[in-house]
Design a protein around this ligand. Structure first.
Ligand code: G4P
Length: 529
């Protein structure tokens, strides 16, 4: 008997794990991604992802700006199969590539892997990305990397996670030594040790089953000193540490903690296997009619990112769609809710590093890239049959601001068109001053967004613009019936967003605190209401 569509979708949904790796630059995200891809056999050559990072201009003919800087503006998606799972890794660009896209990509993930450098601990960019994941309530798994280097003690790192991020950690494995003394890790779930023999060029890894952490095998291998240390640590954890609690992990309240060394491929496989077992398959998404289950037979999805000019020769754009329910088939017709039209999805692309393959079918949790002749906006919902509207994507509080002027006044019409379209695409956020002067202010979360904006205004709309950086660092949406603009003058400015909401911009935290104190009846929101 042939399987029903519902059964087929359920089976595919159960297999899928869609996640993003969040970290601060240099923690080892590229290295870890590459190792994970290798386990899945998704890339033939070690070093492919790395090579892409190092010399993008050689392999990519996307945006001019990428060539100039040798970096990618893309957050691409990588897919591979492992142990019966289909894994989708969403790349979240860091460094100068950091932009609102990085945050939006997190809305398409069902879980996140937080990668931390053992010596540096929790860093600035990790905190920002963590907070976005936390707000969404998705499970966060933590991988402490670079165990082959001297770093902080595991207990100090756990304390730091709790102090800085407010999340408790439950260690799944525990290091036996660290840096030069690193011997291996003890797997608390499976009662086994992963042994590590490494030097600068060569390392080998073997796995041995043991009775428990008192097993003499560990003593023989690690020596008295390290074994005593391990026993002491684990006894303490058994008594005083958190118990593994699946519900708390799924609710984003507890993070399973792993130790390893990505570059040495140490602890990566056991991490991957545990992660795939514990991480959730695609979860229901909220719509205006309530949560929509991924196993619903009707296809649906939403656009979370639009990338322009991936190939300048074709001037095409790609809209990245997260599939939320049903089965996608190439050539299918779907309802584009916002424009109220049926459209045919004829040229979907899947992404593996920078190669683009055509997709024939895909399921919830998968990301497909749709050829976009300019009909999509970020947040658009597509669905089969009845109209579905997914919850609006959040707008993230900008941290960099600039006044924009157009160099040639005759180009005003194109300028306006460019601003309108690029705002709709989510390239930048735009604000207008309330002071009587007609000033346009752009807000972004990463410098790259300004550069992309400037580039695209010139390349696509033929408009030369000038950006004048402003001192503001914080934006807060104000909710108040009787707002008093005079209270937002010192080191701050009151502007309006595209929906005419009041937004206050502040130069520093002190100015923001003062305004909050002076306006007790107002609500100050980090995101648009
Ligand atoms: P990112 O994407 O998070 O920015 O980090 P990336 O993977 O590029 O790694 C940053 C640096 O950290 C690289 O060194 C990488 O080799 C190193 N690294 C990654 N994992 C480990 C680890 O487990 N142990 C140690 N000791 N180093 C690790 P690099 O010097 O910048 O580049 P390379 O010349 O080594 O390739």
């Amino acid at each position: 008997m042939s399987k029903s569509l519902k059964d087929e979708i359920k089976q595919e949904v159960d297999k899928r794990r869609t996640f993003a790796i969040i970290s601060h630059p240099d923690a080892g995200k590229t290295t870890l991604t590459e190792k994970l891809l290798l386990f899945g056999g998704a890339i033939r050559l070690a070093g492919t992802v790395k090579a892409r990072k190092a010399s993008r201009h050689a392999t990519s003919d996307w945006m001019e700006i990428e060539k100039q800087r040798g970096i990618s503006v893309t957050s691409s998606v990588m897919q591979f199969d492992y142990n019966g799972h289909r894994v989708n890794i969403l790349d979240t660009p860091g460094h100068q590539d950091f932009s609102e896209d990085t945050y939006r990509t997190l809305t398409a993930a069902d879980s996140a892997v937080m990668l931390i450098d053992v010596a540096k601990g929790v860093e600035a960019q990790t905190i920002k990305l963590f907070q976005v994941c936390r707000k969404r309530g998705i499970p966060i798994f933590t991988f402490i990397n670079k165990l082959d280097r001297e770093g902080q003690s595991p207990f100090d790192l756990m304390e730091e996670l709790e102090r800085v991020l407010g999340i408790r950690a439950v260690p799944m494995n525990w290091p036996i030594g660290m840096g030069r003394e690193l011997c291996g890790v003890y797997d608390r779930m499976k009662n086994q040790v992963e042994l590590f023999k490494g030097n600068d060029d060569h390392s080998s890894i073997s796995v041995r089953k043991v009775d428990d952490y008192n097993d003499s095998i560990i003593r023989e291998m690690a020596g008295d000193y390290l074994h005593n240390q391990l026993v002491q640590d684990l006894e303490l954890l058994d008594v005083a540490g958190d118990q593994f609690d699946f519900e708390k992990v799924r609710a984003g309240e507890l993070t399973p903690l792993f130790f390893g060394s990505a570059v040495n491929n140490f602890g990566v496989q056991t991490f991957l296997e545990n992660f795939l077992q514990l991480a959730p398959s695609p979860t229901p998404r909220n719509t205006t009619d309530g949560p929509l289950d991924p196993t619903n037979e009707k296809f649906s999805g939403y656009v979370f990112k639009i990338q322009a000019n991936m190939n300048p020769a074709h001037r095409d754009r790609i809209a990245f769609l997260r599939i939320c329910s049903g089965r996608f088939e190439r050539g299918m017709s779907v309802r584009h809710t916002r424009v109220g039209k049926e459209i045919k999805l004829a040229q979907p692309q899947q992404f593996l590093a920078q190669d683009r393959d055509i997709v024939e079918s895909a399921y919830p949790g998968d990301i497909i890239g749709l050829f976009d002749p300019g009909i999509f906006r970020i947040g658009d919902s597509l669905s089969q049959g009845s109209e579905i509207i997914f919850d609006e994507l959040p707008t993230f509080s900008p941290e960099l601001f600039a006044k924009v002027t157009v160099k040639n006044a005759l180009k005003h019409k194109q300028y306006q068109k460019g601003i309108d379209q690029l705002t709709e695409e989510g390239t930048i956020q735009v604000f207008h001053s309330t002071s009587g002067f007609d000033e346009t202010i752009l807000g972004v979360v990463g410098q790259l967004q300004f550069e992309v904006f400037e580039y695209r205004m010139r390349a696509e709309y033929g408009v030369e613009i000038q950006l004048h950086r402003m001192q503001f660092q914080f934006a807060r949406w104000i909710v108040d019936d009787k707002i008093d603009p005079s209270k937002f003058r010192i080191n701050s400015s009151l502007v309006k967003d595209k929906k005419d909401n009041y937004v206050a911009l502040f130069e520093n935290e002190y100015a923001m605190r003062t305004a909050i104190d002076k306006n007790p009846t107002s609500k100050f929101l980090e995101m648009a209401p």
